[in-house]
Ligand binder design. Structure first.
Ligand SMILES: Nc1nc2c(ncn2[C@@H]2O[C@H](COP(=O)(O)OP(=O)(O)OP(=O)(O)O)[C@@H](O)[C@H]2O)c(=O)[nH]1
Ligand SMILES: [Mg+2]
Length: 686
């Protein structure tokens, strides 16, 4: 077994859905002898797509870990390979992989070329300081132009993207351009590619550059350190050609992983923050990849297996973890004993006794461990946090209700399990509309959750678009009055209230002011008046939505020495408020959201038309990359119900968007009338 940190490599396969990541993982595992024969995505027999739903949909839906060792056994290298899903809807599973590895391998499908997720992953990986390699997959496929693709890669991502090998013999194999450059290539030439690589690498080392200019040669040994530096600084992004189907380039890819990619002591070290107990300024902390130090490991994946239960997958960044040691979970004070430590290869778990920096391992059945937790063995490290992942916000919503009555608790339990696995999935309870709303990154995300509920947990749900969180406010000042008097038998009830309402600036919420003089309303009854007023706030006045941005000032009233009671003032407060609201020009407010859209630039006009047809307006646009446009717009949330589907059809699936709440604005008169009219029958029924 590889027990030296220097013989560990961690690598995440990322990129567009269907680019061939899972198939590449399978080809690498097969080549290394870790599986006897390659499975296929179509037959549902790969190591990484192991859940029933993945097999059915033929797409990865979660992150899979495949750890294996290379031959020769005398000096094996342990490779922790992460296979991530490519659909943007599953970014909650894919992005955490970047927190666990030294290298991001961005996979580009030779047939489709650069796609939306290619650029995004290139950027995300660079932002996190990861070494990057580009793997061009499916070079065997029909009608591919690899020479053109290489040019486009260099145009889009810079001249530092240089091939380490080139397709040869009609794309049936590749010729090495780095270690022992020789042989022919289908385009360009091995010698030229070799020279360009050396030119690029020596640029990071002045001395070596001088020697190279003088002698025209440098040895592979001399290149090792500068190459690591060039990778770390993003000065070199190697490009490799592969076919998982024919095996072309797979042995060469494995050789690059073993010989060139950084070990855990060489990549850019991850940054943690440490927030002192009791608050104070956060300090940056860099874990030291040394097994002799305190243990620090980051949980980047939680999986809830129907048979095993919770599996927490972590990457060790510092120290040594063993199965019988005492470990603390984040800020928790109660230590746990892992009992067993596992290395993973898809769904197969292999027990190990320890894990050292660079290792990716799992602990099962400890329910307190959550996504993003730090596992450590020292009380000093209780306040350490991993650098935030900057995950997208879940805004796409669906209101859900069980088809079968009585399933409510079960539904909530299962959705909480799904939430534990996926940091981009949220659950909300909208008390006002009495609905449970699940939120995710897009339609496919939530559809997959529904599929999983149905196939794995046998729960069927009805869905509908969630209610729009409208609000109400007032547009004018007004006064209100109410006298509550009851004297039929028994003790009487008496309370009288005068109050004033006025609009507050947007976003200010609600203010209650007691301006009663001379005890006209005795002090002890003021809270009852406020309670009566607040009662109205929740239920609104014209359309049943919560009222906001209103100040209520109670300025006078009357009491009775015997008959004044809490209930009397509550009722008078409520009615006086309703009286004032009727005169204060109540209006319905609607939520306005910021919309960020990234799409092919020729679709700009169509998207602008779609938005302006739905009361949206464009605030600006940018070109993140040639061929793409990024549009910033604002639109009322109530108009965006069909936007995801429209964007998909306008851009043939190549557009993406994100929404975030901006502010409230009065709804236009027609919508006001519609909402008020919809509320009336409800009032009459009450
Ligand atoms: N011709 C050819 N087809 C390939 C190759 N590699 C993968 N494919 C096919 O491409 C399709 C997608 O492959 P996957 O490996 O599932 O792609 P992925 O990147 O894992 O996709 P997601 O999991 O959705 O992100 C499958 O039908 C594969 O059989 C290849 O080298 N050549
Ligand atoms: Mg996959």
């Amino acid at each position: 077994m590889a027990n030296s940190i220097k013989r560990i490599r961690t690598l995440a396969l990322v990129g567009q859905a269907g680019s061939g990541k899972t198939s590449l993982a399978e080809a690498l595992l097969t080549h290394a002898g870790a599986v006897p024969a390659a499975g296929s995505v179509e037959r549902g027999t790969t190591v990484c797509d192991y859940t029933p739903l993945e097999k059915q949909l033929q797409h990865s839906l979660k992150l899979a870990v495949a750890s294996f060792e290379t031959k020769p056994e005398a000096e094996p290298t342990r490779i922790h390979l992460l296979d991530s899903p490519g659909y943007p809807d599953f970014l909650g599973h894919a992005l955490p992989a970047l927190a666990a590895v030294e290298t991001a391998a961005i996979v580009i499908n030779a047939q489709n070329g650069i796609e939306m997720m290619t650029g995004r992953f290139m950027q995300w990986a660079q932002k996190r300081g990861l070494d990057r390699i580009i793997i061009v997959s499916k070079i065997d496929a029909d009608n591919v132009d690899l020479e053109g693709l290489l040019e486009r890669i260099q145009q889009a991502f810079g001249k530092e993207c240089l091939p380490l090998n080139l397709p040869a013999a009609g794309r049936s194999k590749v010729s090495d351009c780095f270690f022992a450059p020789s042989g022919d290539a289908d385009f360009s030439s091995v010698e030229e590619a070799h020279r360009k690589l050396i030119d690029q690498v020596v640029e990071v080392d002045e001395k070596l550059m001088e020697k190279y200019l003088e002698k025209g040669e440098v040895t592979p040994e001399e290149l090792h350190e500068p190459l690591e530096r060039a990778l770390r600084e993003g000065h070199l992004v190697p490009v490799l050609f592969t076919s998982a189907k024919t095996g072309a380039g797979i042995a060469e890819l494995l050789e690059v992983i073993v010989e060139l990619l950084p070990n855990p002591t060489e990549g850019n070290a991850p940054v943690y923050t440490s927030i002192p107990a009791g608050g104070g300024e956060a300090k940056e902390l860099t874990p030291i990849p040394d097994p002799g130090k305190h243990a620090l490991a980051h949980v980047f994946k939680i999986e809830i297996d129907p048979y095993i239960g919770r599996i927490a997958v972590f990457r060790v960044h510092q120290g040594r973890l063993t199965s019988n040691m005492q470990l603390y979970i984040g800020e928790g004070r109660k230590p746990i004993k892992p009992g067993h430590l596992y290395m993973l290869r898809g769904k197969t778990q292999t027990e190990v006794h320890e894990a050292i920096p660079g290792d990716i391992c799992a602990i099962a059945k400890i329910d307190d461990i959550q996504f993003d937790h730090i596992l450590h063995d020292s009380a000093e490290d209780a306040h350490v946090h991993a650098r935030p992942l900057e995950l997208p916000t879940a805004v796409f919503g669906l209101a859900v209700m069980p088809k079968k009555r009585g399933d409510e608790q079960k539904v909530s339990d299962v959705l909480h399990k799904i939430m534990a696995e996926d940091p981009c999935f949220r659950l909300e309870h909208n008390a006002q509309a009495n609905e449970m709303v699940m939120r995710g990154l897009g339609e496919i995300h939530l559809k997959t959750v529904l599929e999983k509920m149905s196939s794995q947990y046998k729960i069927e749900l009805d869905t509908r678009p969630p209610s729009i969180p409208f609000r109400e406010t007032i547009a004018a000042k007004a006064e209100g009055h109410s006298r509550h008097k009851k004297q039929t038998g028994g003790a009487g009830q008496f309370g009288e209230v005068f109050l004033r309402v006025e609009p507050l600036p947007r976003g200010k919420g609600f203010e209650f002011v007691d301006a009663v003089k001379g005890g006209a309303i005795p002090n002890q009854f003021i809270p009852s008046v406020e309670k009566g007023v607040r009662n109205v706030l929740e239920h609104g006045f014209v359309a049943g939505y919560p009222l906001q941005d209103v100040r209520v000032t109670v300025y006078d009233g009357k009491s009775h020495p015997v008959d004044s009671k809490d209930v009397a003032f509550m009722s008078a407060g409520r009615k006086a408020f309703l009286d004032a609201l009727g005169k204060a020009r109540p209006v319905v407010l609607e939520p306005i959201v910021n919309v960020e859209i990234v799409a092919p630039d020729e679709k700009m006009g169509d998207i602008a038309g779609e938005l302006s047809g739905h009361r949206g307006h464009i605030k600006g646009s940018d070109a993140p990359r040639p061929g793409l446009v990024q549009i910033s717009a604002q639109a009322p949330l109530s108009e965006l119900e069909h936007f995801p589907a429209r964007l998909k059809s306008l851009t043939a699936g190549h557009g993406s968007y994100s929404l975030e709440f901006s502010h409230y604005e009065p709804a236009p008169p027609q919508l006001q009338q519609k909402l008020v009219a919809a509320h009336k029958p409800q009032l009459e029924a009450e």
